[in-house]
Design a protein around this ligand. Sequence first.
Ligand code: RB5
Length: 144
Amino acid sequence: MRIALGSDHGGFEYKEIIKERLINAGYEIVDIGVLSNQAVDYPDIAVEVSNTVVAGDADCGILFCGTGIGMSIAANKVKGIRAALCTDTFSARMAKQHNNANIITLGARTLGIELAYEIITAYLSEEFLGDRHLRRVNKIDAIC
Ligand code: RB5
């Protein structure tokens, strides 16, 4: 599985730690940046990761910022993206099972690194359940 990773300066450290763990776990990573903790505007990274996922150059995306909020707002503006801000493992599992989220966003200033990694592994280990959830997701995708 190929995962696009992105962060702003607020999430840079977490992105680097998670990148290393995911590579060690056997995932292929497309690192969209940032490449240092120099301040950037999170929408720029959210759009790049989103475009990478929509283009099929990654199976899903993971975005980090201070809270995860700005990244989720920005990514959800991109047609075809269903980005879920996840703050717990149950939500992360549901984001995949019920919402078929193709991006999750996390807050590096709101979560510990171990919880962040657990959230990510919970999301990555689930499958979309389809059926009635597919009908609902199709309705989301038909908006705008
Ligand atoms: C950057 O200071 C901060 O606003 C950003 O990382 C994020 O939390 C936005 O939602």
